[in-house]
Every structure is written in structure tokens, then in C-alpha cells.
Design a protein around this ligand. Structure first.
Ligand SMILES: Nc1ncnc2c1ncn2[C@@H]1O[C@H](COP(=O)(O)OP(=O)(O)OP(=O)(O)O)[C@@H](O)[C@H]1O
Ligand SMILES: [Mg+2]
Length: 235
């Protein structure tokens, strides 16, 4: 469904993402993990047309989407939630959702409130008064207003309590079950891999590993390096 082929991109002359190929099939949650500054956000921004790749190709379905603008990609069924500044703080929950759905003739508020009942309760509350978790839910809900087939999420669980991380992961799984495929960048790697089908590890702009999420959770080296697992030593 989404296919990134040998893409390099960065800022000005500086190449950050270096010859990366990844794919997301219909109905999958695919997670990208990797250390701070390895280029995860740069890769998502490149897919969403915010950065033009220096080389490589990006397909959505059969269509080469390389060079298309973000609003054109939204029209084609791609949604994006940025890592920071992803809601309008001075607007209410409802106004944020309306902004997200401005290109939709029949926005599905009901469906979104079914996934995030708390947003129904807090419809009139300013986004700046929401908790961190509620704000991330609003950011995701805003992107869902255009009913994307493919949702790109950049660290939605950053800064949340462990309990809230699990709640949010449950919501992302629900979004998949309702028919959107998800490409998820996460620091909370273990929690993300538990809901994911497949995963990639990015290190210094290069793809270092790809595999099934369940295998990555059990992988000794990956556990030690990226999932915060202690090495078990026999006595
Ligand atoms: N707008 C920018 N201009 C120049 N360099 C940038 C810009 N944004 C990011 N970078 C650099 O690109 C590199 C990769 O950044 P990126 O934000 O893609 O990493 P990341 O994997 O998302 O990190 P994190 O886990 O901290 O979010 C970093 O060295 C960063 O300093
Ligand atoms: Mg990032």
C-alpha cells in the first residue's frame, strides 16, 4: 500500500535519511524504532511531502506520490500527526476537529467520538486545558477526520505515563481494526511492538533491521539495545 524505495532525504545539503526502503501493507500497523536523532521524523515528513527526497521513490498504491504536497496527500487518503505542535491550543476540541475535517463533506464525528469518548465529553474545552494523553488523542482524532487509509503517527505516546501509553496503543489498534493502516514511530518500543505487525529499526539514517513485531520482542540483541531489557545471565 505504502512503499518507500531507497529514499534519501535531509535538510539542505545534509543527508539524514540514507537509502531507506520500507513498506506498509493494507491493514498493518508497522512501527519504526531507533535512537534519538536517527531520522525517524525526517522519514515521516518525507513521506508526507514536507521534505522533498534527494533520491528514491515513494508509492501509495500504484501511484508515485513523490513531490506531492501534504494537502494533496490528504486528498489521496494519507493522514499525518506530527511529533510536536499537533493541535491548535487556543481552539476547543470541537474546533480542532472541524479544522481537521475541513476538506470533508461528511465528517464522521460519531465514529471518532466512539474511539475517543473523552473528546465527546470535552468537546467545548480548549485544547490547551487537556492532559498530555487527551491532547495526543485529539491530534490523532483530528487526522482521522479525513478518514485516511494510511495514518502516519510520529511518537504519539511521548511523555505519557506508562498507563496512558497502553491506553493510547489500544486506541491505535482500534483505528487499525476500523480500517486504517498505520505507520507508527515510537520511543516506547516495547508497547508499540506489542500492537504492531512488523517493525523496522533505523540507526543513523539507515535501516538496520526489519522483521515481524513478535520476533523483535523476543530478539535478544534488540531487547538489550532498544527495548530496555536486561541481559539474563545464567548462574
Ligand atoms: N529542520 C531541520 N533542519 C536541520 N536539521 C534538522 C532539522 N530537523 C531535524 N534535523 C536533524 O536531523 C537529524 C534527525 O532528526 P529527526 O528529527 O528526524 O530524528 P528522530 O529520529 O525523529 O529523533 P527523535 O527520536 O528525537 O524524535 C538530527 O540530527 C536533527 O538535528
Ligand atoms: Mg522524531
Amino acid at each position: 500500500m505504502l512503499s518507500v524505495e531507497n529514499v534519501s532525504s535531509g535538510y539542505g545539503e545534509t543527508i539524514i535519511v540514507n537509502g531507506v526502503s520500507i513498506s506498509v501493507n493494507q491493514g498493518e500497523i508497522v512501527v519504526i524504532i531507533g535512537p534519538n536523532g536517527c531520522g525517524k521524523s525526517t522519514l515521516l515528513k518525507t513521506i508526507f511531502g514536507l521534505i522533498k527526497p534527494a533520491s528514491g521513490r515513494i508509492f501509495f498504491g500504484d501511484e508515485d506520490i513523490n513531490g506531492l504536497k501534504p494537502f494533496e496527500l490528504v486528498g489521496k487518503g494519507i493522514g499525518f500527526v506530527a511529533q510536536t505542535d499537533n493541535v491548535f491550543p487556543s481552539l476547543s476540541v470541537m474546533e480542532n476537529l472541524e479544522m481537521g475535517g475541513y476538506i470533508c463533506k461528511n465528517p464522521d464525528f460519531q465514529g471518532i467520538f466512539d474511539i475517543f469518548p473523552i473528546l465527546r465529553e470535552k468537546k467545548k474545552v480548549k485544547a490547551s486545558s487537556l492532559s498530555g494523553g487527551e491532547r495526543q488523542m485529539l491530534a490523532i482524532a483530528r487526522a482521522l477526520m479525513t478518514q485516511p487509509e494510511m495514518l502516519l503517527l510520529d511518537e504519539p505516546s511521548a511523555g505519557l505515563s506508562p498507563k496512558m501509553v497502553e491506553v493510547l496503543m489500544g486506541k491505535i489498534k482500534e483505528i487499525k481494526e476500523r480500517g486504517s493502516s498505520v505507520l507508527l514511530v515510537e520511543q516506547n518500543a516495547k508497547s508499540a511492538l506489542r500492537i504492531a505487525d512488523r517493525g523496522y529499526i533505523l540507526v543513523m539514517g539507515k535501516k538496520m533491521y526489519e522483521g515481524r513485531a513478535c520476533e523483535m520482542l523476543d530478539h535478544k540483541e534488540i531487547g538489550k539495545l532498544y527495548l530496555g531489557k536486561k541481559e539474563v545471565t545464567g548462574t
